[in-house]
Design a protein around this ligand. Structure first.
Ligand code: CDP
Ligand code: MG
Length: 704
């Protein structure tokens, strides 16, 4: 039990200001306040409700329709449609939970807008696309996949009849490769635009160009709606030809913000102490939402909370601790939306998924340590790492806002007000902090005339773009004549796989090593969330079960062993349970694999198995992932082979206690140091064999 739980809040926290006001600089486009029940636009008065289309009987249906009518956006329906009918582009802003995502496409469809084509709604997250499509098809009383469907990577439920289609931003981008005018669509809604994922950012440019080209060619106009709960509206409006900004005033209640008096060097401990301090003082009906950075942290904290809660004195409410992160199985994610049993307090421990893309009822307290796990890229070292870092001010306010959805709330910020003042104002868009090889490959596959001058809303640095082009060159994907870049036949094949270029290259190289079956399995395993289930409370059992699969050649080979056994046993669920394997993710691996295999067969690639010969598989990985390798140094540490950055083997790797001379890795994670995850033992000679010129150049650069 943490020793400080008895301290009253005021001793360790001091109050700060409330939510920031919406005042902004002079807008580039028109601003329109839409009438809503709770917002200033409606003056707080409830307006007469217009009838809902297609009302029908049945208590469940009635409940769903009542819920639709009670959303803030419902009051603005008429106005919103009148605006959207006449606009080519619009920016729609409204609090999370106000009904933007579920209602806007339905209103458009019901209002007869965009019926000539499909209405697309993009989502940065796969789970959001699936759950929203399910919800909206339910609201429309149709079967999923008919009027309303979704398309996410490796899973498509749409049909000829689909008119409202939820899809991940990455999938719409893929579709643009075969049709850059997006002819199928009458309207594209770019949702959660503030997240600025790399795919959304590229889509902004692709959609804008498609809209212009369709106008020039006199084709069906493309309506573009950019939606978000919070964002730099001026930037977006400017980019989309001074598009008007439509505001939906949501129901935001006052929130008290408290900062710590002192900086906290252990935010996990601080979060734990704060949760129990609230827990001991507040009524059980008031739920707590805690923001942490990732699965492992969240699972560990959940366990600690459950353990402590068991030993609290009588009179303290019981505690229902619920983790929430993107890779959690969907049915478990749903538990956060259900009410807690009487006398229980819900404590939800979530990643930034709970910032905007998911609305949870009943939250009174938010605990925000101010940290997030995000991608960082350094074009000089070529390293793309996931790092735990400070959130931006916008993110902090968004988190705070989660406490005031239904009533006044309280947000405990586990940092000082001075620290907060030093946070970045906005989150740097992912496109400016990730490896752009994938983006460049896709833009080239779309035959964008000049990728170097692509109309990005926020331009990545020229160094970033050059590094990506160099990488594609090394993978044999590019032909360069002067400034003119085109894809080689291999490059075009690489673009056909919905994978990072290096993984596509691994598959394309595999026939040479007669191990396509194995590489397909490994790439599929790396394409879904972890198939390994590691409950911290059963660590010893997990280790005992895993032992029989462990390969001294590394994590990829270990995973390959697990997958082979899973297949041999026909996907037996009991076996999965006994062996701490996530059977749902494993089934997904099998589906992904089948689809990747189809792409290979369509290309007339021979698909052979290397069977017991694992060296061929490792050689193939070395030949495709040679830019992600590290070598053992004389002092026992590791450094990347090309630019000599210090790295370490992650404790979760089967090689953690080994010291192989040379390894390939498939991810880097930066916490207290830079860790390699998912490792495979290779021979250094294979690397030089794979890219002699590359390593010679790097060696020269290191010596000079
Ligand atoms: O997009 P925005 O955050 O404005 O709201 P939304 O996603 O359209 O959700 C509006 C409301 O619909 C939420 O507050 C939930 O009550 C409900 N909803 C749901 O019950 N299940 C979903 N999968 C999505 C939304
Ligand atoms: Mg939404």
């Amino acid at each position: 039990m943490p020793e400080q739980t008895g301290f009253p809040a005021a001793k360790r926290f001091r109050p700060g200001c409330g939510l920031p006001s919406r005042s902004g600089s002079c807008p580039p486009g028109r601003r329109v306040m839409l009438l809503t029940a709770g917002g200033s636009g409606g003056g707080g008065r409830r307006q007469q409700q217009p009838p809902l289309p297609h009302s029908s009987a049945g208590p469940y249906r009635e409940a769903v329709e009542l819920q639709r009518r009670s959303l803030p956006i419902f009051q603005a329906r008429g106005q919103l449609l009148a605006q959207l009918r006449n606009l080519d582009s619009a920016i729609l802003i409204g609090e999370t939970g106000s009904g933007k995502t579920t209602q806007t496409p339905q209103y458009l469809y019901e209002g007869g807008i965009g019926r000539q084509g499909v209405i697309a709604v993009t989502q940065p997250r796969r789970v959001a696309a699936i759950s929203l499509a399910t919800r909206v098809s339910d609201e429309k009383k149709t079967e999923l996949g008919k009027l309303v469907g979704y398309t996410v990577r490796f899973d498509d439920t749409t049909s000829e009849d689909t008119r409202i289609k939820f899809l991940t931003d990455g999938m719409l981008l893929r579709e643009a490769i075969s049709d850059s005018l997006l002819r199928r669509y009458s309207c594209v809604i770019l949702d959660e635009a503030h997240e600025r994922t790399v795919h959304t950012d590229v889509l902004f440019g692709v959609v804008k160009a498609a809209q212009r080209r369709r106008k020039e060619l006199g084709k069906l106009p493309l309506k573009v709606i950019v939606m978000s709960a919070t964002m730099d509206v001026d930037l977006f409006s400017q980019y989309f030809h001074r598009a008007p900004v439509l505001y939906l005033e949501g129901r935001q209640h006052p929130i008290q913000v408290f900062y710590t008096k002192q900086p906290q060097n252990d935010y996990l401990h601080a979060a734990l102490v704060t949760v129990f301090q609230i827990h001991q003082e507040a009524p059980a009906s008031q739920d707590i939402l805690v923001f942490l950075t990732g699965q492992e942290e969240i699972e560990a904290m959940s366990k600690t909370c459950r353990d402590i809660a068991k030993h609290l004195p009588d009179g303290c409410p019981a505690m229902l601790v619920l983790p929430l992160y993107a890779s959690l199985p969907y049915t478990q994610q749903l538990r956060v939306f259900q009410g807690a049993p009487k006398g229980y307090r819900k404590v939800i421990i979530a990643t930034n998924i709970a910032e905007t893309s998911i609305t949870i009822a009943g939250i009174k307290y938010v605990v925000d340590p101010g940290m997030v796990k995000a991608k960082k890229y350094n074009p000089d070292s070529g390293l793309e790492v996931l790092a735990v870092q400070r959130v931006s001010k916008t993110q902090a306010w968004q988190r705070t806002g989660r406490a005031g959805r239904e009533d006044s709330g309280i947000c405990y910020r586990l940092y000082t007000e001075e620290e907060f003042e030093r946070f970045e104002k906005m989150t740097v868009p992912e496109i400016q902090r990730c490896n752009l090889a994938s983006v460049m490959l896709q833009l080239l596959a779309m035959k964008v005339p000049n990728v170097l001058n692509f109309d990005f809303m926020s331009k990545p640095s020229p160094d970033h773009i050059q590094a990506a082009i160099a990488q594609l060159g090394l993978l044999g994907a590019l032909d360069q004549e002067g400034d003119q870049l085109t894809l080689t036949p291999i490059g075009r094949k690489m673009a056909a796989f919905p994978l990072e270029p290096k993984f596509a290259k691994a598959i394309l190289l595999s026939p040479k090593f007669h191990c396509t079956e194995e590489i397909l399995t490994i790439v599929s395993l790396l394409s879904v969330d972890s198939v390994l289930h590691n409950p911290p409370s059963r660590r010893d059992e997990v280790q005992a079960a895993r032992k029989k699969f462990i390969s001294s050649e590394g994590d990829h080979m270990t995973l390959l062993n697990i997958y082979r056994t899973f297949r041999n046993l026909g996907g037996n669920k009991d076996w999965c349970k006994e062996n701490f394997v996530n059977s749902k993710n494993m089934m997904l691996v099998a589906e992904v694999r089948a689809q990747l295999r189809d792409i290979c067969l369509k290309m007339s690639m021979p698909v052979a198995s290397s069977r017991a010969d694992t060296e061929s598989v490792r050689r193939c990985l070395a030949h495709s992932l040679f830019m992600s390798t590290a070598e053992l140094q004389p002092d026992g540490s590791y450094a990347t082979t090309d630019t000599h950055q210090p790295v370490a083997i992650h404790p979760s790797s089967v090689l953690f206690h080994c010291k192989p001379a040379c390894v390939v890795y498939t991810a880097l994670l930066h916490t207290n140091k830079c860790y390699m995850r998912d490792l495979c033992v290779v021979d250094a000679e294979w690397l030089y064999e794979a890219a002699p010129e590359y390593f010679r150049r790097k060696l020269r650069a290191a010596r000079s």
